[in-house]
Design a binder for this molecule. Structure first.
Ligand SMILES: *[C@@H]1O[C@H](CO)[C@@H](O)[C@H](O)[C@H]1NC(C)=O
Ligand SMILES: *[C@@H]1O[C@H](CO)[C@@H](O)[C@H](O)[C@H]1NC(C)=O
Ligand SMILES: *[C@@H]1O[C@H](CO)[C@@H](O)[C@H](O)[C@H]1NC(C)=O
Ligand SMILES: *[C@@H]1O[C@H](CO)[C@@H](O)[C@H](O)[C@H]1NC(C)=O
Ligand SMILES: *[C@@H]1O[C@H](CO)[C@@H](O)[C@H](O)[C@H]1NC(C)=O
Ligand SMILES: *[C@@H]1O[C@H](CO)[C@@H](O)[C@H](O)[C@H]1NC(C)=O
Ligand SMILES: *[C@@H]1O[C@H](CO)[C@@H](O)[C@H](O)[C@H]1NC(C)=O
Length: 722
């Protein structure tokens, strides 16, 4: 479409330049001059065009994104992503059969591995590894994603299908994460753009005929195949279609095919998230949390995480602004009725209620974070950005061991141990702790505890946060949207943000630009105005953020500028159920430190949880881990005594930072042990009623630590007033 949403310079840059980090560092000055000249020319064109243009095909982004590769992590986030590259995520292509011998890497119907007929393992991996490889400029991982992309594109059939299904088995779902990987690759490396655009065009031509042919592969699926996965998640497929339109990679006839595809995908779906989030339809409490509930597709935690952004995606082509309210409702209701303090969604398979022992999948955390980052760019409401940070700083790291060789399938707000639960395994008819997790290993850490989906889906978490962490504002503005250490290079300016945020609340920017421009920093909703300020080349001023998008604007002159941004905060308590609180400082959640002791074993296949485990994997680091607490978990606290202890100046953060004992910050509080029953003899039940909280131990000082480092933890803590 016609330059509807990107600053002119971006379009000029995006077309003619290789977006690799290496090229950018060398060629930046030349690039920027070319870009600026083009920008001036295009601004004239832009002004002319908008005066006569029809409504753009897609509603513009509120905060247009910046191409993958233009933002790179630094500081602790670089440390986390390097650890991920050196851990399980970065070695799956070396040994994990669902990746290295995926069905996607063979001609359709000729073999290969996957864990289900959804054929989603390689697509999930690809969606996370492309940005991980490019943001780290890691040649080993780039070679892996290039090899997979080459193989899959080479195997595209005459009629345009991409993927391992023979014609009678075709269905759309697993295309969605694979195509998200492809569009990230095309942005990160212009060599790939042509082949990827070509492949997506022929695929969409085929999709158009399938949708016209009684919705083959979408509403009509192969026999015994659950079509609802694709339908509830079809907006993720629409994102790759919208990318083609945003990047003007279409002719007129292709564009009308693409728009028609999006409309048909929406119209032909039995599951429409904007209809779900309506009073009277939406389920605040789920009485039948089983997979036979006809509403299951709307209740599955991962679907909900993905679906949070659905209405905002549909709005881009439908131009129906009522979908903004639907998007806000989706997030608000999900968090009120099914939210965890760590920002993720409670629903071990299926949402139920707010019980503090409810499980939440690692896949749900990364999908929720991506949806929130997408929503902030699409709609620009500050609440999405704070929420995205909460998920990435808490819900994601708590489910990964510090070295990221092992992960959890389910976490719980109150989970003081991560152990084998023999009860679940031995009683196939229930009662179960979780709705589906009957291997008894759902909360242990490992290679593929309970199910392999999160093994392959978790790597997208940090990289997508980083690629969404900056954005444009108007035609001459650049904004730091999701806070944390990173560097961004754009035609407008290059900016380095040096910070330990969220462990410390000072952000230092070094900005280089050839022209004056508008620089924006996001102001989190919890900031304390009196203790916050921003200093530009020695001049300090107070913050005044836009009440909608939360951005504080400053004008930066040409040249090099230093900006120091200080956020003030106080300890916050959020009320949880049954007289408990969750404790925050900034966007870090703090959990009761229950100590940590572990043992480990060979890693188990998800479908052989009680076997001996694999003793022949090429990486001895791949193991399953079991954790217990070493300190009391049954503690009530007096919130009036909460006291924050921040970082010592000059002491660097450890790498990796989210190891038990890693982050230097902590909170102290007075409390005592109370009587507290287990649920099903396995895990802490609801907190005892306030009237029944009497101290079993003398009052003493307890420590709360950043939740992401507390692999076993209590985060919904009962209150008691001494
Ligand atoms: C871009 O992709 C091509 C083809 O795979 C590869 O040869 C080249 O090294 C890549 N560029 C960068 C900067 O990674
Ligand atoms: C995939 O990894 C396994 C080890 O788990 C190895 O035996 C096999 O040769 C690998 N396959 C390929 C195609 O590299
Ligand atoms: C429509 O789909 C059916 C079932 O897959 C297939 O047999 C038929 O050839 C398709 N028709 C067209 C015109 O593509
Ligand atoms: C609150 O406690 C009561 C009594 O133990 C329990 O029935 C209820 O499920 C609890 N609520 C939640 C949301 O856990
Ligand atoms: C945790 O405690 C249980 C029960 O006491 C015990 O069987 C298990 O071995 C312990 N695991 C670890 C890792 O300490
Ligand atoms: C297990 O415990 C040992 C000893 O305390 C520790 O060094 C190691 O980091 C722990 N492993 C994990 C995965 O937490
Ligand atoms: C307090 O505990 C007693 C004894 O267990 C129980 O009978 C009573 O119902 C509890 N009170 C509340 C408010 O839960």
């Amino acid at each position: 479409m016609l330059l509807d949403q990107k600053p002119p310079g971006v379009t000029a840059m995006g077309r003619g330049t290789t977006w690799s980090p290496r090229r950018r560092r060398r060629g930046f000055c030349i690039d920027i001059m070319v870009a600026l000249a083009a920008a001036i020319a295009l601004t004239v064109l832009y002004v002319n065009v908008v005066t006569w243009a029809q409504q753009p095909t897609l509603v513009p982004w509120a905060l247009p994104p910046i191409p993958v590769g233009s933002i790179v992590p630094s500081g602790w986030m670089l440390g986390e992503m390097e650890t991920m590259a050196q851990g399980l995520a970065g070695h799956e292509h070396d040994f994990y059969l669902y990746v290295n011998e995926s069905r996607w890497l063979q001609p359709a119907g000729t073999g290969g591995y996957d864990y289900s007929r959804l054929n989603e393992a390689l697509p999930y991996w690809f969606n996370g590894l492309v940005p991980l490889a490019y943001l780290l400029d890691d040649d080993r991982l780039k070679a892996q994603v290039h090899s997979v992309a080459t193989t899959v594109l080479d195997l595209q059939t005459e009629d345009g299908w991409l993927g391992p299904e023979v014609p009678s088995e075709r269905n759309f779902w697993a295309r969605a994460p694979f195509f998200l990987g492809l569009i990230q690759l095309a942005e990160a490396n212009s060599t790939w753009k042509g082949p990827i655009v070509g492949a997506l065009h022929s695929f969409n031509t085929l999709a158009n005929s399938m949708l016209h042919n009684s919705s083959q592969g979408h509403r009509i699926c192969p026999p015994d195949f659950e079509c609802y996965w694709g339908q509830t998640r079809v907006h993720d497929l629409m994102i790759s279609i919208q990318w083609l339109i945003d990047n003007q990679e279409t002719g007129d006839s292709m564009e009308s095919t693409l728009v028609e595809n999006m409309q048909m995908f929406y119209d032909q779906s039995d599951y429409k998230w904007d209809k779900w989030y309506q009073e009277g339809t939406y389920l605040k409490i789920v009485d039948d949390p089983t997979t036979t509930n006809p509403l299951y597709p709307y209740l599955h935690g991962v679907n909900v995480g993905q679906g949070l952004k659905a209405s905002a995606v549909v709005r881009r082509f439908s131009h129906d602004d009522s979908l903004i309210a639907a998007s806000l409702r989706a997030v608000e209701w999900t968090m009120i009725y099914h939210g965890a303090p760590s920002g993720t969604i409670l629903g071990d398979e299926i949402e139920q209620d707010l019980s503090p022992f409810m499980g939440s999948e690692l896949c749900t955390a990364v999908e929720t974070a991506y949806s929130l980052a997408y929503l902030y760019h699409a709609i620009g409401d500050n609440s999405y950005a704070d929420h995205a940070e909460v998920v990435i700083f808490n819900a994601l790291p708590v489910m990964l061991t510090g070295d990221m060789w092992a992960h959890q399938y389910l976490t719980q707000p109150n989970g003081p141990w991560a152990a084998i639960n023999n009860e679940d395994y031995n009683h196939p008819d229930g009662p179960f702790l979780f709705t589906t997790a009957h291997s008894g290993r759902a909360t242990t850490f490992g290679m593929e505890p309970q199910y392999p989906c999160c093994t392959v889906n978790h790597p997208q978490g940090y990289p997508k946060f980083v690629t969404h962490s900056w954005g444009y504002v108007g035609t001459n503005g650049l904004a730091h949207l999701l806070l944390g250490p990173s560097k961004v290079s754009t035609p407008i300016a290059t900016v380095e943000c040096d910070t330990a945020y969220p462990f410390d609340l000072t952000l230092r920017y070094t900005i280089t630009s050839l022209e004056s421009f508008d620089f924006y920093v996001r102001v989190p909703s919890w900031y304390i105005n009196d203790n916050s300020d921003i200093t530009i080349d020695g001049r300090t001023s107070r913050l005044s953020a836009d009440p909608g998008n939360g951005l504080h604007k400053i004008t930066i002159s040409a040249g090099t500028t230093e900006v120091t941004y200080n956020l003030g905060a106080i300890v916050r308590e959020e009320s949880r159920t049954n007289g408990t609180v969750a404790v925050f400082y900034g966007n870090l959640l703090y959990a009761l430190d229950v100590g940590s002791v572990n043992s480990s074993s060979y890693p188990h296949a998800f479908n052989d949880a009680r076997g001996a485990g694999f003793d022949d994997l090429p990486f001895p680091q791949v193991r399953d881990y079991y954790f217990n607490n070493t300190k009391p978990w049954n503690v009530a606290i007096d919130p009036r005594t909460l006291e924050y202890h921040g970082m010592q100046p000059g002491v660097p953060l450890p790498k990796p930072v989210f190891e038990y004992g890693g982050p230097p910050n902590y909170i102290t509080v007075q409390g005592c042990e109370i009587a507290w029953d287990l649920h099903l003899g396995a895990t802490p039940g609801p907190a005892p009623a306030p009237a029944n909280r009497t101290c079993l131990s003398p009052k003493s000082t307890f420590r709360l630590i950043p939740y992401g480092s507390a692999k076993v933890h209590m985060s919904e803590i009962p209150t008691i007033y001494f």
